[in-house]
Design a binder for this molecule. Structure first.
Ligand code: GLU
Ligand code: MG
Length: 453
């Protein structure tokens, strides 16, 4: 067993259990990867093998690219069947101890062919490629996912009962969850995740963590790590958690809102410009590109039947294809922040996305859409300042996974950016998920999503 010097205990770390991971030897490392259905799948290696694995990776069948959320398997034109293999190579720059799983560490993986060439179906490589594409234009992106979840208890019959109900945003929830939330905050700090805020959310059992913005690949890595940390901390308290977009049909669901801002030479393009609400012209064009591709992006960022149970008006899920300053019903909400700090804080938030999405596909696709907006020098349509449902005439987002998939299939921008292998695998998975959920009732869809995500 070895203890990585990077995992050494900070001199002054006080307090109980989870932070112990920093002092304990690491015995095993999880190599994490997220599939096209948004499920995190892994392999694990003994820590002693990490150096060798970092060079050559571990075997990883390409068929995982066409796994569905329930572990059934479909096939695309390029992927499917039992033959072939890839290498899943951990990114050691992103290695973190898992504070709520003492003795374990985690590293996200990139996939390569056995010849050592980046695999064209690799989602994390796609996000990195789009980040580099923005870099060629002199742009950097700051991104961060909000994490909403519902904490509950599974009864003997496998039924999920939210751990608490009243009050939305209430102190009673924090009192009730005090030890667990403290442990979570400590665990995330021990894993070098910068937590900005933790709050009790609206629905029964619902809580939220938001984290500091970072580069697009880092933001996707972080959201995977945060979710699994939430799950692990809850398990230590006998709780189950779900990130499913819809837990109870008709009630407020869990979003995975993406905050993003394009920057040029250290200047935030969402602030101090000539465009609407202080956007720079380039920032406006980036946002307009995202808004133009939003129906197609929905098939990436809110992909399943449960996503569409969540995407209804009046639940702050962003069900309308419009933008507005601080408008929680707009799919694209512009946030400026406090006077005096807006050059740092101004950003846009895509509210319509959820945690059944692959976050690497989300960050990469949003960059592709935004860059195409800059390429075409797009302008935003007029802002929607109030409730889009009340003003009338504001279009809704596609109303079903099939409608969103049709938009994705028609999107030249995303087809080009994703490339043939990845585009084909994603659309094959979406088609198979649509067939699988046909005939399921909303209650069945929500119950399944609750179990799987
Ligand atoms: N839970 C809501 C959703 O489904 C979002 C609430 C909020 O604005 O944070 O996205
Ligand atoms: Mg929220």
């Amino acid at each position: 067993m070895h203890t990585s010097p990077d995992l050494a205990e900070p001199a002054s770390a006080p307090g109980p259990a989870p932070a112990e991971a920093r002092t304990e030897a690491i015995d095993a490392v999880v190599l994490g990867w997220v599939d096209n259905a948004g499920i995190t799948r892994v392999k694990a290696v003994p820590y002693a093998r990490l150096d060798a694995v970092a060079t050559h990776g571990v075997g990883f069948s390409p068929v995982f690219d066409v796994f569905l959320a329930d572990d059934s398997i479909t096939a695309g034109r390029h992927v499917g069947g039992p033959a072939g293999d890839l290498r899943l190579v951990p990114d050691l720059t992103a290695l973190r101890p898992l504070a709520a799983q003492p003795g374990w560490a985690w590293a996200p993986g990139d996939r390569y062919t056995q010849e050592g060439v980046p695999y064209t179906g690799c989602q994390r490589t796609f996000a990195r490629r789009m980040t580099a594409r923005a870099g060629l234009r002199g742009l950097t992106l700051r991104m961060g996912f909000e994490v909403e979840w519902v904490t509950g208890i599974e009864d003997a019959d496998g039924r999920f009962v939210p751990a608490f109900s009243k009050a939305a945003y209430g102190m009673t929830r924090v009192v009730r969850m005090s030890d667990q939330l403290r442990e979570l905050i400590r665990a995330l700090a021990a894993q070098d995740v910068t937590v900005l805020q933790v709050h009790p959310e609206y629905a029964a059992g619902q809580l939220e963590v938001s984290v500091a913005p970072e580069d697009p690949v880092g933001a996707a890595d972080t959201t995977v790590l945060v979710r699994e940390t939430i799950r692990a901390v809850a398990a230590r308290h006998g709780h189950a958690v779900t990130f499913a977009p819809c837990v109870v049909p008709g009630e407020v669901g869990n979003g995975a809102h993406l905050h993003f801002s394009p920057w040029r030479e250290g200047v935030n393009l969402c602030h101090g410009g000539e465009g609407p609400q202080g956007l720079t012209r380039e920032g406006e064009a980036f946002l307009a590109g995202v808004l133009r591709e939003l129906p197609a992006l929905l098939a990436v960022g809110a992909p399943g039947a449960a996503s569409h149970l969540r995407l209804v008006p009046s639940q702050w899920a962003g069900a309308y294809r419009c933008w507005g300053l601080e408008n929680r019903e707009a799919a694209l909400r512009l946030i400026t922040g406090m006077a005096g700090e807006r050059q740092h804080t101004a950003n846009a938030e895509l509210k319509c996305f959820d945690a059944t999405a692959n976050p690497y596909l989300v960050t990469g696709s949003v960059i592709a859409a935004g860059l195409a907006g800059i390429e075409d020098d797009l302008r935003l349509p007029p802002e929607v300042p109030g409730d889009p449902g009340a003003s009338g005439g504001v279009p809704r987002l596609p109303g079903s996974p099939a409608a969103a998939l049709a938009a994705l299939e028609a999107s030249a921008v995303l087809r080009e950016a994703l490339g043939e292998t990845l585009f084909d695998a994603i659309t094959a998975v979406r088609r198979a998920e649509i067939a699988r959920s046909a005939g399921m009732t909303p209650t069945e869809i929500a119950a399944e999503a609750r179990r799987l995500y």
